[in-house]
Structures are given as structure tokens and as C-alpha cells.
Design a binder for this molecule. Structure first.
Ligand code: MGP
Length: 200
């Protein structure tokens, strides 16, 4: 109460709060959300996929992350994505069409939250050498095992993908093997069965 009273006594000529400066990111990013739990009968994959927010400052990122985009806050069967603005988190997007994904699974929510946050910070902080190769990251909340996947642009470029995979493995601090799948294989093969092309 005393604090409130003394604050009220500050003369109006004094600025009430310091001017807040925002810190621009190198590029814009978009959060997406997909609820996979209730697909309408006959609905195409992705019919529940929604663009949520596009941001390009550090402050917006922390606000969105704190308020909304934490995997442990999400219900089972939710997918959420953070992709470069302008790139849709689908195989059909031209930036993803020839790409693939590194993936890691997690049985602990706390673990997924951690890996998700470390990956987001690496993306918006442009920590990957070949950042143009990065499309985005997807967290999938599942009953049995949560998953995190880093989507990249040119699946056939083994040297680039191996370098990204090694870097990502360090960022998420996992000792488990992480696997790379081509989207082209995933399109042809059954869910969860697409062949592993690279491993780190
Ligand atoms: P998934 O979610 O990539 O596989 O794709 P996962 O992780 O093994 O399965 P989940 O059950 O844990 O989600 C699952 C299925 O969704 C695929 O076999 C496709 O039928 C469809 N699908 C997934 N993706 C990412 C796409 C996409 O980008 N485009 C289209 N058209 N279908 C997709």
C-alpha cells in the first residue's frame, strides 16, 4: 500500500515507466497450431492446421512463449510449430517439398519443454551455420511419446543435414540417436514407418 501511495506522488513530468525498446530478430517467425485429436471424417490432413502468430522481436517471442507456446500446456494430440514466416509446416510447401526432418522422442513433458525452448532460441538466434536450410520445428504431443522434429529444406544434401543434426543434438542435449527422414519417403510410406536416411 505504501508503495502504491508513493508511486502516486511522482510528479506527472517524470516518465512513469522507462521507454521499452524492442530487439529485432534477424527474420520473422510464425507459430502454428494443429489439433490432431478430432479430425473430421474425410477431412484432408492439415484441415485443422492454423497460423497463430507471426513475430519478429525478442520481446514478442518471450510473451508468446510464456503465455501460450509451452508443450506441457497443450492437450494430447496437439502439434505446434514455429516456422520461418512464409513457410507452411507441410510437405506441400515449396520450401519443404524437397526436405526432411530430424526427430527425437521424449517420454517426459519437462524434457520436451526444455528441448523445444532450446530449439526455439537456437532458431530465432540464428545459431545454425546454414540457417537458410532450416524450415522450422514441430512439437507433437502424444499419449505414448512426445516428439520434436526439426524440418530442413534440402534432404539430399547429406553434408548439410549431418552438420545440422550434430548441431541440433548438442542444442537439445540428448545422448539418444536422432534420425533423419525424407518427406518424400514419408509421403510414400505408412505413418511412422518412413525409412531413416541419416543418423547422428
Ligand atoms: P506424421 O505426423 O509426420 O507422422 O504423419 P507420425 O509422427 O508418424 O504420426 P502421428 O500419428 O504421431 O502424428 C502422419 C500422417 O499424417 C502421414 O502419414 C500423412 O498421412 C499425414 N501428414 C503428415 N504431414 C506432416 C503431412 C503433410 O505435410 N502433408 C500431408 N498431405 N499429409 C501429412
Amino acid at each position: 500500500m505504501a508503495e502504491v501511495e508513493s508511486a502516486a506522488m511522482i510528479p506527472p513530468s517524470e516518465p512513469a515507466a522507462e521507454e521499452v525498446k524492442s530487439h529485432k530478430l534477424e527474420r520473422k517467425w510464425t507459430f502454428w497450431f494443429d489439433n490432431q485429436s478430432r479430425p473430421k471424417v474425410g477431412a484432408a490432413w492439415g484441415s485443422n492446421l492454423k497460423k497463430a502468430y507471426t513475430f519478429d522481436t525478442v520481446e514478442e517471442f518471450w510473451c508468446l512463449y510464456d503465455q501460450i507456446f509451452r508443450p506441457s500446456k497443450f492437450p494430447a494430440n496437439a502439434d505446434f510449430h514455429c516456422f520461418r514466416a512464409g513457410v507452411e509446416p507441410k510437405w506441400e510447401d515449396p520450401e519443404c517439398a524437397n526436405g526432411g526432418k530430424w526427430s527425437v522422442t521424449s517420454t517426459r513433458k519437462a524434457n520436451l519443454d526444455n528441448m523445444w525452448l532450446e530449439t526455439l532460441m537456437a532458431l530465432i538466434g540464428e545459431q545454425f551455420d546454414d540457417s537458410a536450410e532450416i524450415c522450422g520445428v514441430v512439437a507433437s504431443i502424444r499419449q505414448r511419446q512426445d516428439k520434436l522434429a526439426l524440418w530442413t529444406r534440402t534432404a539430399s544434401n547429406e553434408a548439410v543435414q549431418m552438420s545440422i543434426g550434430k548441431k541440433w543434438k548438442g542444442i537439445i542435449e540428448t545422448t539418444d540417436k536422432i534420425m533423419y527422414n525424407f518427406h518424400d519417403d514419408s509421403k510414400k510410406e505408412k505413418s511412422g514407418r518412413s525409412s531413416v536416411r541419416y543418423m547422428v
